[in-house]
Structure formats: structure tokens, C-alpha cells
Design a protein around this ligand. Structure first.
Ligand code: TGC
Ligand code: FAD
Length: 396
């Protein structure tokens, strides 16, 4: 090693490419605030929440107090932060648990964004300030039991009745559903339009039973939304959206957060594996000294560095206004796959300890199985990118 190289600061194993140097002071400050919240209020409890299958409502409300809900939106009590700052937030939250990042994504990028982008001025004034503050919790109902990857096949139906709408149908796998004060429900009208409705908790005919027996995203509330002749006034319809473009535009926002978030889940697994490898003695020496372990760690650092750089690049494109949905698909595909590989490899380094909640690794690995599926499966994003590359629609 040359003299010049040896004078460089020591490599930070959690940021081997020194991506920190590419952030500005405000971005670092937001990162530090969120990371402290996760260290102090999430990490000590999250294994227990995961085991019990709960995410306490107070923790979700705390994200509002920190100003993280809809933080990349302008006005109506939202922080108006950059896309990169929002991405960094997702990364740090998901280093705690995917369920925490999901709560933030669903509130800010799906429920709030739908109102912010497609709602009337009255809807924005009414809902966005309390949602930004965490006083009102939202959910986003697009998926149905028989319409997941193909939301255009939805059966939930909206029928006009005078100046009201009557909603009927079932939504499935809806994050925050049971605890939500307000649901954004997407439905097909008799005219064949796809319309979004703001449905308040307690509206007669509307219920949101929780889905149990999940082995992934256990520290997250997942629900059905059941709508039986739910009558809502005309003013509850989002006036700006009339096709699938409405809900799909919201998905871009949440998928963007996932591109960043999974880097946090992967980093947490890598950190646990590195610490463990240095301390675990097998055949008389730490397993970190064995070349096969070092190869695993080096591959993990490579994958995380690559994913982190992709996130930052995509974030800068979003801030510059040059980001396309295909870029988000590329980021979601690559980064979720990379994070899952990191989590699975970390699990092997921990041996039997890799399967307990005493360490974060199996929790993150199980969570990432959901992330691989939600917000567009790996296959859907592959085909979005494939269609963009070839000019051939791969779906129909
Ligand atoms: P297609 O005919 O291609 O498009 C219909 C209309 O939508 C427009 N569009 C988009 N607009 C904005 N952003 C996008 N990404 C868009 N993709 C398409 C398109 O231009 C068209 O507009 P217009 O004005 O001409 O009507 O639609 P398709 O039916 O062929 O479907 C395409 C496909 C398969 C890519 C799409 O349906 C899809 O993305 N499927 C995956 C569904 C999905 O991701 N669901 C997620 C539910 S929410 C969730 O999982 C939350 S998880 C919790 C958490 O985030 O933490
Ligand atoms: P399907 O669409 O039935 O797909 C099954 C398999 O077929 C997948 O592997 C898929 O990739 C593959 N496939 C589909 N089409 C093709 C094709 N053309 N070529 C090749 N393979 C294909 N939804 C919401 O609306 N709101 C939420 O808040 C929400 N939260 C969620 C939380 C969790 C924990 C989970 C697990 C899901 C959540 N979802 C939510 C639903 C999620 O978006 C859907 O599960 C996802 O879109 C996939 O739909 P599906 O499960 O019906 O799978």
C-alpha cells in the first residue's frame, strides 16, 4: 500500500463509497434526526412489536410530530423538503423496520399525495394539515383479492345516486387500514372511469378488519377494506383523477421511497453480520478472518454501495424533475433484490442466531419478502423496464 493511501481516513464499513460526502448539511441533519429517533424509540422495542404482531399507534403519530409525513410535499402543513431528504428519511426509518417506513410511505406518498395531487382545494385544506401532523392516519386502497398486479381488473364499484356515490367492493392487503381515520378508495364507475374517494372511518357500511397470521411485516397493520353500500357525498370524490393514472401516479412516489428504504434494511443486516463475524470464534478464530466470510461481507458492501448510489442518483433526478417511472422501476427492482441478497447472506453469517429476533436480520429478511411483492412485484417492474427498452407492451 502506498504512503498516500495509508494517510487516508479509515474506511467506514457502513459507507465504503463515502456517499455521506455527497450530501449537504440539511440532508445530514435530517438523517441524524431520523436515525436518532430510530435508535431511541424503535430499535429497543421493534423485535417485541414484530413478535407480537403490532405497531403502536403512538409510534406512527411520532413520525408526524417529527414532520416526516408528506415531508416532500409543498404547503398544507407539509415540510416541502427535497426528494433526497425524503429518501434519506425512508432509509433511516427502514434501518429500524420496514413497517415503520411503510407507515410513513402509505401516509405521505400514497394517502396524502393522492389528495395533494388529485384532490379539491377543500379536500386539501381539510385533510392534509392533520395528516401531516399525524393527528389523522390515512390508508390507500387499490389492491383487491383478485386484482393486485393488474389494478385495472378492480371490481370495486362506484354508482351515482343523486349527488351521492354508493361504493361496493373489497380491498385487500391495505397497510394502516384498521387504524386509519381516512381511506383513499379507488373504484370503477358505471362510465368506466377509475375514481378515488375519501372515505372516513365510521361511515356506515365501511369496515377495515385486520389481516393476521403474517410472517412478514409483522410490525405493521395490514387490513381488508370492506365496502357495503357505503354512501359518500360528491365532495368526497377526488376531482382530478379519472383513470388508472390517478392511483399509479401515487405509486411512483411510494416506490421512490422504497428504492431508498431497502438500503437501510440491508445496512442494518450488514452491520449486524459484521459485528457478529468479528466476535464469533469458530475453529479457534473469529469467522471474520475466513476468506469465505470476507467474501460475503465484501459482496454485501458492494451491493449496498451500489444501491445507495442508485438511490441518490434517482433522488437527484427527482429533485431536478427528470425522473421517469421507468427509472423508479429500475431502482425498486435492483435495490430490493440487492437488499434481500444482503439480508440472506447476513443470516448465514449469524448461523443459528440468524433466525432469532435477538438480532435484526431475520426480521428484515422476512420484511423484504413483502417489499419484493408490494408496490409492484419484481416481475411487474421488470416488465415496465422491458417495455420501455423495447417499445413493446409486455402486459397486454
Ligand atoms: P397502462 O395502460 O399502462 O396505464 C394506465 C394509465 O396510467 C398511466 N400510467 C402511469 N401514470 C403514472 N405513473 C405510472 N407509473 C404509470 N403507469 C401507467 C398510463 O399512462 C395510462 O394513463 P392514461 O391517462 O392514458 O389513462 O396500465 P395497465 O393496466 O396496463 O397497468 C400497467 C402496470 C402493470 C405497470 C400497472 O398496473 C402496475 O403498476 N401494477 C402494479 C400495481 C401495484 O404496484 N400496486 C401497488 C398497490 S399499493 C401498495 O402496494 C402499497 S404497499 C405499502 C408501502 O408502500 O409501504
Ligand atoms: P398477483 O398480481 O396475483 O401476482 C402473483 C404473481 O404473478 C407475482 O409473482 C407476480 O409478479 C406474477 N405476475 C403477475 N403478472 C405477471 C406477468 N404479466 N408476467 C409474469 N408474472 C406476473 N396494496 C394496496 O393497494 N395498498 C396497500 O397499502 C398495500 N399494502 C400491502 C402490504 C403488504 C404487507 C403486502 C404484502 C401487500 C400490500 N399491498 C397493498 C398489495 C400489493 O401491492 C400486492 O400484493 C401486489 O401489487 C401484488 O399483487 P398480488 O399479491 O395480487 O399478486
Amino acid at each position: 500500500m502506498s504512503h498516500a493511501v495509508s494517510q487516508l481516513p479509515a474506511l467506514d464499513p457502513l459507507d465504503v463509497l463515502d456517499i455521506d460526502a455527497l450530501l449537504d448539511d440539511e440532508e445530514r441533519a435530517i438523517r441524524d434526526t431520523v436515525s436518532q429517533f430510530v435508535r431511541e424509540q424503535v430499535l429497543p422495542e421493534v423485535g417485541d412489536w414484530f413478535e407480537r404482531g403490532v405497531l403502536p399507534l403512538e409510534v406512527i403519530r411520532e413520525l408526524g410530530k417529527l414532520g416526516l409525513f408528506g415531508m416532500h410535499l409543498e404547503g398544507y402543513g407539509c415540510a416541502g423538503a427535497s426528494a433526497v431528504a425524503y429518501g434519506i428519511t425512508c432509509l433511516e426509518l427502514e434501518a429500524g423496520d420496514t413497517g415503520i417506513r411503510s407507515a410513513c410511505s402509505v401516509q405521505g406518498s400514497l394517502a396524502m399525495f393522492a389528495i395533494w395531487k388529485w384532490g379539491s382545494e377543500e379536500q386539501k385544506q381539510r385533510w392534509l394539515p392533520p395528516m401531516a401532523a399525524g393527528d389523522s392516519i390515512g390508508c390507500f386502497g387499490l389492491t383487491e383479492p383478485d386484482a393486485g398486479s393488474d389494478p385495472g381488473a378492480m371490481r370495486t364499484h362506484a354508482r351515482r345516486d343523486g349527488t351521492d356515490w354508493i361504493l361496493n367492493g373489497t380491498k385487500m392487503w391495505i397497510t394502516n387500514g384498521t387504524i386509519a381515520d381516512v381511506a383513499i378508495v379507488w373504484a370503477r364507475t358505471d362510465e368506466g372511469e377509475i375514481r378515488g374517494f375519501v372515505v372516513e372511518k365510521g361511515t356506515p357500511g365501511f369496515s377495515a378488519p385486520e389481516i393476521h397470521r403474517k410472517l412478514s411485516l409483522r410490525a405493521s397493520v395490514t387490513s381488508e377494506l370492506v365496502l357495503q353500500d357505503v354512501r359518500v357525498p360528491e365532495e368526497s370524490m377526488l376531482p382530478g383523477a379519472s383513470t388508472l393514472r390517478g392511483p399509479l401516479s401515487c405509486l411512483n412516489e411510494a416506490r421512490y421511497g422504497i428504492v431508498w428504504g431497502v438500503v437501510g434494511a440491508g445496512r442494518a443486516c450488514f452491520e449486524a453480520a459484521l459485528e457478529y463475524a468479528k466476535e464469533r470464534i469458530v475453529f479457534g478464530k473469529p469467522i471474520s478472518g475466513y476468506q469465505l466470510t470476507q467474501q460475503k461481507l465484501a459482496e454485501m458492501a458492494l451491493e449496498l454501495g451500489r444501491a445507495h448510489l442508485v438511490s441518490l442518483h434517482i433522488g437527484r433526478m427527482k429533485d431536478a424533475g427528470t425522473l421517469r417511472p421507468e427509472h423508479v422501476s429500475l431502482g425498486k427492482m435492483g435495490n430490493v433484490r440487492g437488499a434481500l441478497e444482503v439480508a440472506r447472506s447476513a443470516r448465514t453469517i449469524l448461523g443459528a442466531n440468524g433466525i432469532t429476533l435477538e438480532y435484526p436480520v431475520i426480521r428484515h429478511a422476512n420484511n423484504l419478502e413483502s417489499v419484493l411483492t408490494y408496490e409492484g412485484t419484481h416481475e411487474v417492474h421488470t416488465l415496465v423496464l422491458g417495455s420501455a427498452l423495447t417499445g413493446e407492451n409486455a402486459f397486454r
